[in-house]
Design a protein around this ligand. Sequence first.
Ligand SMILES: NC(=O)c1ccc[n+]([C@@H]2O[C@H](COP(=O)([O-])OP(=O)(O)OC[C@H]3O[C@@H](n4cnc5c(N)ncnc54)[C@H](O)[C@@H]3O)[C@@H](O)[C@H]2O)c1
Length: 339
Amino acid sequence: MKTLLTGGAGYIGTHTAIELLQHGHDVVIFDNFSNSHLEAVRRVETITGQHVPTIQGDVRDQYALTDALTQHGIDSVVHFAGKKAVGESVSQPIDYFDNNVNGTLVLLRAMQACKVFKLVFSSSATVYGTPSYLPLDERHPTSSTNPYGRSKLMVEEILADVHHSSSNWALTVLRYFNPIGAHPSGCIGEDPADIPNNLLPYIAQVAVGRREHIQVLGNDYDTPDGTGVRDYLHVVDLARGHVKALERLQHLTGPELQTINLGTGQGHSVLEVIRAFEQACGKSLPYIMAPRRPGDIASCYANPARAQELLGWTAEYDLATMCADAWRWQSANPKGYRG
Ligand SMILES: NC(=O)c1ccc[n+]([C@@H]2O[C@H](COP(=O)([O-])OP(=O)(O)OC[C@H]3O[C@@H](n4cnc5c(N)ncnc54)[C@H](O)[C@@H]3O)[C@@H](O)[C@H]2O)c1
């Protein structure tokens, strides 16, 4: 079994590559390196002791994809490639729809041409919009307030239509909650190119001295301490969820479309995360209160029961471990892969 990882050089892709290789799978990485570094793949090779064939290509290039699928004898794809910054998606909607939606269409076309019908897709809890109840299960209505979220919803709808159109496809949509942390080796981790959009890499950059203080965006939410609550999930747990999803797909003989949450089921507030990171790095971290970010919600956490039932997967790592691993990565690589 050989799996193509589109966007496999990125944060979640590299962690998934390690877990797949360590579970005896062959992987090929296909990435345009628009938000990643070849050095990350080299480190995956060092950690696993295995060579990882890597193709520099864009998922909107059908010929490059067809070539990769046939030359490497690929039988399944995990589709990570995409742009992921909510704020940027508001100012650059055309780029987001082109990359995330058009990119997926071109990938599906290439897969169909090469008779590769097994796909795992990286979706997001953002497709639930403003929760009408918690915890969020997969039956919760979907909606979106920004182009990034809409791009994920559009792809989910496209995959549903593709599934209905023929009996060939076996498709798994994974809705991630908030992946944080890093590989316990400290050799790979999250390395945002610009100012981090997400809380954890921002905190880590403050801890390492790259930024002055953390901004807590809103302290008047209807939550226990007034700050936003999210379901933080160790990226290694998330990666292992992909191994389970892929192994399930590879054993399937018939068509299927499953949508599965990957989260811990537990929410943590911004202030709790800051405190946990302070414990991990052994220093106090300056933060200031700032206004809410438009579009942000008070609380969001998963009902992970379906992942347990269908994949036999539950998250293992707690917040302290997530922060300790993130700190190990950030302190050993203050400038990320560029250093
Ligand atoms: N990190 C999160 O918080 C989060 C949460 C929910 C969903 N997701 C989704 O998971 C996926 C992976 O996220 P990540 O955090 O690893 O992001 P990332 O930016 O680290 O990885 C994405 C990778 O895709 C590559 N890429 C982008 N456009 C491409 C294209 N057109 N062709 C080929 N490669 C391309 C980038 O170079 C990068 O290596 C994304 O689809 C993202 O939307 C991420």
